[in-house]
Design a protein around this ligand. Structure first.
Ligand code: FMN
Length: 312
């Protein structure tokens, strides 16, 4: 993915464009009068993205179903349009919905038919599907980075990654995670600990002091092993969000889980109270040596067909 593509995606993900965005002129509509504010096609973002292009038909079917639900005598009123947009996950304020209503009401009769609504929705769904495929490319493109340059990474990048991490699903709103940003002084203590343990080669041949970013992630402990496992799953989701956020900004990550971080000494160095939380992993992050494309190619033994079971 090019830097520009990544930047565009970041803008889409982090600062979604909202409301009326320099809309293109409306195509001629047979001489029906429109006021200035209703002569441009209003564009909105959707809260969720509509399924990909191949699923566009499903999006239209969905629109028809929702239209049927809100319409009376096969037409939609101004108030119902706002509710219908909500149901279709199109982000629009009441004012924006009103402006859209004026735009869609091509014959000016104060109501909207399905025929008036669908072409606009179809284009909106198309735009959403482009966002969806960009998002999926980002997910598919992520890979673990093993070699980092020493260029420091801005704390803002870390904060955005943590904001994405804590948006992860979690059991009973337990929010079982904690993120510990580790500085060079503490990393040097990790190195001493590692040397004192004579950790096996498998730990990593990296020089830990040269890794630009360290973030230790912890997960809550519980008396109930089922709850603790669920919490750990939630924390794993958070880590994935964290790594994807970094990747979207051109920053590589590696989730490490070697023997050093399983020790009480490591927990003590991180200020982790092992009676209430445990170290889930340590995320290294930084600019990838040779660029992100130089990271290990994705290796998966199984494809979708190998892992998908469909029941009647
Ligand atoms: C829970 C967990 C622990 C991991 N621990 C290590 C580790 O200690 N050392 C390492 O080199 N990679 C570690 N990884 C990264 C995996 O090796 C990597 O995700 C895997 O090779 C797949 O590559 P990809 O991330 O590029 O898809 C870990 C990944 C996970 C999810």
């Amino acid at each position: 993915m090019t830097t520009t593509a990544i930047a565009v995606l970041v803008i889409l993900l982090i600062q979604p464009v909202f409301g009326f965005v320099v809309p293109p002129p409306r195509p001629s509509s047979g001489g029906i009068h429109h006021s200035c504010s209703s002569s441009h096609r209003p564009t909105f973002t959707t809260t969720t993205t509509t399924p990909g292009t191949s699923s566009r038909l499903f999006a239209l079917e969905r629109a028809k179903e929702v239209f049927d639900k809100y319409s009376i005598s096969n037409v939609i009123s101004s108030k119902d349009l706002a509710n219908m947009l909500n149901s279709l996950d199109v982000d629009a304020s009441r004012e924006e919905a009103d402006a859209l209503f004026r735009y869609l009401d091509t014959d000016g009769d104060g109501s909207i038919t399905l025929e008036e609504f669908l072409p606009w929705y179809s284009e909106t769904a198309e735009e959403a599907s482009e966002i969806s495929s960009t998002f999926q490319s980002l997910l598919l493109g992520r890979r673990t980075v093993h070699q980092f340059d020493q260029t420091p990474v801005s704390d803002d990048v870390l904060r955005r990654a943590i904001a994405c991490a804590i948006a992860a699903p979690n059991r009973s709103q337990s929010e079982p995670w904690r993120f510990i940003q580790v500085g060079p002084e503490t990393v040097r203590k990790f190195v001493s600990l590692k040397e004192s343990m004579e950790a096996p080669q498998s730990e990593s041949s990296n020089n830990w002091t040269k890794i630009p970013g360290w973030c230790v992630v912890t997960s809550k402990l519980s008396d109930d092993p089922v709850e603790e496992l669920d919490d750990f799953k939630s924390t794993s989701c958070a880590v994935q969000n964290f790594m994807l956020s970094m990747w979207s900004e051109g920053i590589g990550t590696k989730w490490t889980s070697g023997p050093v971080q399983k020790t009480q000494e490591f927990a003590d160095l991180c200020g982790v109270d092992t009676k209430v939380e445990k170290v889930a992993g340590c995320i290294w992050y930084g600019f990838a040596t040779g660029g992100l494309k130089n990271a290990d190619p994705k290796r998966r033994k199984k494809g979708v067909e190998d892992v998908l079971t469909t029941l009647p």
